[in-house]
Write a protein that binds this ligand. Structure first.
Ligand code: PLP
Length: 293
């Protein structure tokens, strides 16, 4: 490990919105410039927001959820493996999947997100024909990219039941979780997961900064252990400086401050959504079909 005394930084001062100022100096600065991940705070964050039900879980801080997605897909998929993906699918995921050459099984969405009956039909058909069963379902439960759909509570529960029944993993890529326009935060698959089959990906790109490149994987400890091995041979860990800025944000803003920030982000995008809607109504009524979530 290099000696942080030789890094040419005296202090880093950051001012958050609202005037809160933090200064990184001394030990904290040395910590931020070294190879060390932020963990305990993120475990508390996940406990608070998503309340995992199984107790054999852990987290890994990654360079955004995209890094996490790629690592998970590489870990799980062998060439030709069947996987279920919501369609339309976020392009970044298709790019990450392309070199792995899986067998894509499309799961269609309607206005309430992916359709559980389609998963059931696919699985039943594969059982009847003796084909290998899908290893994994890739889904954005809240604000799916690119459709913006939010899976209803009953569909979330049904899909989890199907995952138990047909034994597939759920890759819950949920970067818009704090950006919904519904009354309260939707239940996540992680919150339903009693058997350790959900790999949840959170991202701070949409609510804090995309350039900090921070995401979090929350999953069964064994899965996290494998991902850590992968990460130590690739990016080593997410930027410590970014992690320190996140840690300070989580500490300084407290639970109420964070909730307020998430509310502000939601209100900001809701206003823009409403402007967009009035323009669509004015110019595209009768020409396009749309539905707001
Ligand atoms: C569904 C989805 N997954 C992953 C990402 C990548 O997020 P991150 O910046 O955390 O890597 C995005 C970014 O737009 C996204 O929409």
């Amino acid at each position: 490990m290099p000696n942080a005394k030789m890094f040419p930084f005296e202090e880093i001062v950051v001012t958050y919105k609202g005037g809160v100022k933090i200064t990184l100096a001394g030990e904290e600065l040395a910590w931020s410039l070294q190879y060390r991940p932020l963990l305990e705070k993120m475990r508390q964050f996940q406990e608070y927001w998503h309340k995992p039900v199984q107790n054999h879980w852990d987290i890994l801080v990654t360079s955004g959820s995209m890094e996490a997605c790629s690592m998970v897909l590489e870990m799980v998929i062998d060439i030709g493996d069947p996987i279920m993906v919501q369609v339309p699918t976020y392009e970044g995921i298709l790019n990450a999947l392309a070199p792995l050459i899986p067998e894509f099984i499309d799961i269609a969405q309607d206005q309430d997100g992916i359709i559980p009956e389609n998963i059931m039909k696919v699985c039943e058909k594969r059982i009847r024909s003796g084909k290998p069963m899908p290893k994994l379902l890739y889904v954005n439960p809240t604000g799916a990219n690119p459709t913006g759909t939010v899976l209803t509570e009953s569909r979330r529960r049904r899909i989890y039941e199907l995952a138990e029944m047909y034994n597939f993993l759920i890759l819950e890529d949920d970067p818009y979780c704090f950006l919904h326009f519904v009354d309260s935060k939707p239940t996540t698959f992680l919150e339903l997961d009693s058997s350790g089959r959900v790999i949840r990906l959170d991202s701070f790109s949409k609510v804090l900064s995309a350039g900090l490149r921070l995401g979090v994987v929350t999953a069964n400890k064994e899965i996290i252990g494998k991902l850590i091995k992968h990460m130590t041979t690739t990016s080593m860990h997410a930027s410590s400086l970014s992690q320190m800025l996140l840690l300070k944000f989580l500490d300084t803003w407290g639970l109420e401050g964070k909730q307020q920030h998430f509310n502000d982000v939601q209100n900001f995008y809701r206003e823009r959504r409403d402007i967009m809607l009035s323009i669509i109504e004015k110019h595209l009524t009768g020409i396009v079909f749309y539905r707001i979530g």
